[in-house]
Design a protein around this ligand. Structure first.
Ligand code: UD1
Ligand code: CA
Length: 469
């Protein structure tokens, strides 16, 4: 028996008031639609069909993958109309799982349970009880025996918020936008949908009443949490869901022993692997793939993306680390910041110190090297124990090409030096402050390139010439 999945992603998302299609808005660094696709990936569907329409080119480009097929819905006449577009791709013998592209956090286990509840013969709806159900389709129950919803009355249908009577609006059990249906019957019901409602749309939830009329059993599964079924229709709902998701990630990290100063001020937009005794102060933002070794401490207000930070390293407040595609590596026991910037290809050895307003890009620093203040190291190979003075920079770019600077072990570069690459400073060399170094400096010697200091004994300060009247 086949399992097909349809994800509806054609709507405009008017309430987002954005030019970006709603399903491409980000939650924790990934689009809403990517979350849905990831959460159903493990179901092993025979087909995954994404219905696109508004902003279709952008949506399709954003989630294109070999296992995903797209159908276009033009114009967008409602969720029932959306699934009609996918119907020709669905296998008659089997189950179709339908999801809203704007309900991102559906748990894989919940989706699997719904498919099982359908079993290729029943219509299975995922529902949830909400304190504030406004905006959602209400589950209308009641059966010939006259039992009410609370008494477990059978599902009769779903009524959209806009079409609901005042009494129906009091119903707190809502449809989550996720259903599993026997595919052949679903196709029949889709063909019978009408658009006689407040919005003049073909509503997918109307298949429920058609199933009831057909004598097909309608069963409901309850979502395990509200969070997994909340839909995103507005910036407010997006921000609310983001906080819930972040809190869940923060809780998982804390359960694994990570010490977060405040789980409400923590953002992870990717993956974070932590060793033991990791401490993270407030307002940390972690993106892409970040690895923190044992005992790493992250100060307040750091933004860290695609980086590996080894055991015992200390990242002081307001440090920005962005490894982009190349990554950044910080060695064991290193200290970085406050106010430091590590860019792609920065590789800091053990015990390296990088201080305030120091930028490091595509450079390797040997064990114990220090650049403590106001400096730039780009395309440089820096030896062990080098001391790189305040205000010094590598001039690595000649306007057309990048060149390397090689600094041997134990070199001291004074303050305010310009190292014009390509250039090599031999091991143990000392560079006098204020020098512009454009030729190699020999090992073990002092190299200075600034003009000799001189003093003029008879020099007088200019004075103002009185104006003649
Ligand atoms: C929908 C349900 C509602 C349910 C809620 C759960 C309908 C009519 N109502 O309401 O019962 O409680 O989800 O979150 O289905 N879409 C299309 N084509 C269209 C219209 C929408 O692909 O023509 C897509 C949207 O991109 C979105 C999803 O379907 O991903 C849901 O559409 P939306 O307009 O947000 O429906 P809701 O009003 O939230
Ligand atoms: Ca919605």
């Amino acid at each position: 028996m086949a399992l097909d999945i349809v994800i509806m992603a054609a709507g405009k998302g008017t309430r987002m008031r954005s030019s970006l299609p709603k399903v491409l808005h980000n939650l924790a660094g990934r689009s809403l639609l990517q979350h849905v696709l990831q959460n159903v990936a493990a179901l092993g569907a025979d087909r995954i069909v994404v219905v696109t329409g508004h902003g279709a080119d952008a949506v399709e480009a954003a989630v294109a993958a070999p296992q995903v097929q797209f159908v276009r819905q033009m114009p967008q006449l409602g969720t029932g109309h959306a699934v009609q577009q996918a119907a020709p791709l669905l296998h008659d013998a089997g189950t179709t799982l339908i999801l809203n592209g704007d309900v991102p956090l559906i748990e894989p286990a919940t989706a699997a349970a719904l498919v099982a509840a359908c079993g290729g013969e029943r219509l299975a709806l995922l529902t949830v009880l909400l304190d504030d159900p406004s905006g959602y389709g209400r589950i209308v129950r009641g059966d010939p025996a006259g039992r009410s919803a609370t008494e477990g009355g059978r599902v009769q249908g779903i009524v959209e918020h806009k079409d609901a009577s005042p009494a129906q609006r009091l119903i707190r059990e809502v449809y989550t936008g996720v259903m599993a249906a026997p595919t052949a019957a679903l196709k029949r019901w889709l063909g019978a949908l009408r658009n006689e409602n407040v919005q003049g749309e073909y509503y997918l939830p109307d298949v429920v009443a058609l199933a009831v009329a057909d004598g097909v059993a309608v069963v409901t599964e309850r979502a395990t949490s509200e969070t997994e079924v909340l839909g995103v229709n507005s910036p407010l709902q997006l921000a609310d869901l983001e906080r819930r998701y972040q809190r869940r990630q923060a809780d998982a990290l804390m359960e694994a022993g990570v010490r977060l100063a405040d789980p409400a001020r923590f953002d992870l937009r990717g993956t974070l692997d932590c060793g033991s005794d990791v401490e993270i102060d407030v307002n940390g933002v972690f993106e892409g793939r970040v690895v923190l070794g044992d005992g790493v401490r992250i100060g307040a207000n750091c933004v860290i993306r695609n980086a590996t930070i080894a055991a015992g390293a200390l990242i002081q407040p307001f440090t920005h680390i962005d490894g982009e595609a190349l990554g950044v590596q910080v060695g064991a026991g290193a200290q970085v910041g406050p106010f430091a910037r590590l860019r792609p290809g920065a590789v800091l050895g053990d015990e390296v110190h990088i201080g305030n307003f120091v930028e490091v890009k595509n450079s390797t620093l040997g064990r114990g090297a220090k650049a403590n203040h106001l400096a730039y190291l780009g395309d440089a190979t820096v030896g062990a124990r080098v001391n790189y003075g305040a205000g010094s920079i590598t001039a690595n770019y000649d306007g057309a090409n990048k060149h390397r600077t090689v600094i041997g072990d134990d070199v001291h570069v004074g303050s305010n030096c310009v190292l014009v690459a390509p250039v090599t400073l031999g091991a143990g060399a000392t560079i006098g402050g204020g020098s512009t170094i454009s030729k190699d400096a020999p090992a073990g010697q002092l190299t200075v390139s600034r003009a000799k200091q001189l003093s003029l004994a008879g020099w007088k300060r200019p004075v103002k010439v009185p104006k003649s009247t």
